[in-house]
Write a protein that binds this ligand. Structure first.
Ligand code: PMP
Length: 457
């Protein structure tokens, strides 16, 4: 008889599939590794099994214990399946931007789910990281794997994902691409592949609004790069220990919209009903492939999960329309606005030590109503005419104080690909302007009047 004793035996050995349609015109063989073939329908089953076995070996997890994890859903599913086969309880914390489907699925397999706010810093006691950490302290005989920093995460890919790809491509792989969340997939797999052949080129896919790309290229962890985005599973506002930047040769950022559209194309053109970050991985990897792959090259792209978890989002036409992702009408982007702006495009910044009175003079001379405040090359705050006026009315002596004393929080950074419709929804009474960093690392400002000019041109 041929059967599995429990679902954990079904983890791994997922197939490679050749892309035939979305890669038309691009040289090389493009293969995707379809991780929804895992029993929990995602790549995260691999790390779940390894982290639990590691905890059992070390005596951290004892019979009847509780597993607690902060998860975007997939790790939770993997942990829940392994927990069922081994008799543990599960409590998961999720950020509220995650699909409702993911929460329902976790509850369906018997886990307790705690939903936490997305738009708080990781250190905030309400964040899904902090809540998980606190639960571990409060609940006896509990284990908090912390997939971000647990070495078993990357190790599981070093031991399984990497060898499977090497075996199934007969050692012919030349390029490897994967999305970056905890970093475990890209770091562990790349380490194995580079040990077999140091010439294998590895490409990590990141989101706009995440810190990875800038950190890789400049060594700077820039909090101002962090802003809300929609894609689930990739991009971070922290540097998880599982990211080994030495194992990632190139990082490309992919917009929510490009990822969503590619996800739907993969379903319709290739029959791959896969998750949103799969669209990010394929879109970014193909962008890289366009200029770099030769006919004999073999690229493998990881597709982390299944489409069921995104039925209410990328596979829902109304949702796509609400987000401007299915718009027939092409909206101008931040990049278009910057390129077509009349007059000087020099960004006027004000040093945080400058006196308020001097700052007003500078803004007057330059004819601007608001400006970013800087400390060296860091954007630390912002000021606007109306805000200074109300501060001065309350306390006229403020004019001799440094602007740092009256400034508001820094303007938000957006991607050069962000469209006018999205940017206009971000500007309001409190947020007077947005900042954009271009490929040359120059920063530009976009105000409401820029959007009005672009709409009426
Ligand atoms: N895509 C999805 C849907 C995920 O859940 C994750 C895990 N956060 C990733 C991609 C990224 O994988 P990793 O955490 O190994 O970097």
């Amino acid at each position: 008889m041929n059967y599995l004793n429990n679902l954990t035996e079904g983890i791994g050995n997922t197939p490679l599939l050749k892309l035939n349609s979305v890669n038309k015109g691009i040289k090389g063989t493009i293969l995707v590794k379809v991780e929804y073939f895992n029993p929990g329908n995602s790549i995260k089953d691999r790390i779940a099994l390894k982290m639990i076995e590691d905890a059992e070996e070390k005596g951290i997890l004892k019979p009847g214990g509780t597993i607690i994890e902060g998860t975007s859903g997939n790790t939770g599913m993997g942990l829940a399946l392994v927990a069922i086969s081994k008799g543990y309880k599960c409590i998961f914390t999720l950020a509220d931007k995650q699909s409702k489907e993911k929460m329902d699925i976790l509850r369906a397999v018997g886990a307790e789910v705690i939903v936490c706010p997305t738009n708080v810093t990781p250190e905030d006691p309400k964040s899904y990281y902090s809540v998980a950490r606190q639960l571990e302290k409060d609940i006896p005989n509990s284990f908090y794997p912390n997939q971000y920093d647990h070495p078993a995460n990357a190790e599981s890919h070093y031991e399984t994902t990497g060898p499977e790809i090497w075996r199934d491509t007969d050692g012919k792989i030349t390029h490897y691409a994967a999305g970056m969340g905890t970093g475990g997939t890209i770091s562990g797999t790349s380490k194995y592949l580079k040990e077999q052949n140091p010439d294998v080129v590895t490409i990590g896919l990141d989101s706009y609004g995440s810190v990875f790309k800038k950190y890789k290229e400049t060594g700077i962890f820039d909090e101002k790069e962090v802003y809300p985005y929609l894609t689930e599973g990739i991009g971070e506002d922290i540097l998880p220990k599982n990211v080994d930047f030495d194992m990632v040769d190139h990082i490309l950022k992919v917009t929510d919209k490009d990822a969503a559209i590619m996800t739907r194309r993969l379903a319709r053109e290739e029959g791959l009903f896969i998750g949103w970050s799969c669209g990010s991985a394929v879109f970014g990897a193909l962008e890289f492939a366009k200029g770099n792959l030769k006919e004999d090259d073999v690229m493998v792209i990881i597709l982390p999960d299944h489409g069921t978890r995104y039925l209410g989002k990328v596979y829902n036409d109304d949702w796509m329309k609400d987000h401007g992702f299915l718009e027939e009408r092409k909206f101008a982007t931040a990049k278009d606005i910057i390129q077509h702006r009349n007059g000087s495009s020099e960004l006027v910044t004000i040093n945080q030590k400058l006196k308020v009175g001097e700052a007003i003079k500078t803004m007057n001379q330059k004819g601007i109503d608001q400006a970013p405040i800087v400390d060296g090359s860091n954007f630390v705050g912002s000021i606007s005419d109306s805000r200074i006026l109300s501060s001065l009315i309350e306390n006229p002596e403020l004019k001799d104080k440094p602007v740092a004393d009256v400034m508001d929080k820094s303007f938000q950074f957006v991607s050069p690909h962000e469209t006018i419709d999205v940017m206009s929804s971000m500007l309001n009474r409190e947020t007077k302007a947005l900042l954009v960093r271009d490929q040359a690392n120059d920063v530009h400002i976009i105000t409401q009047s820029d959007l009005l000019v672009a709409m009426t041109n």
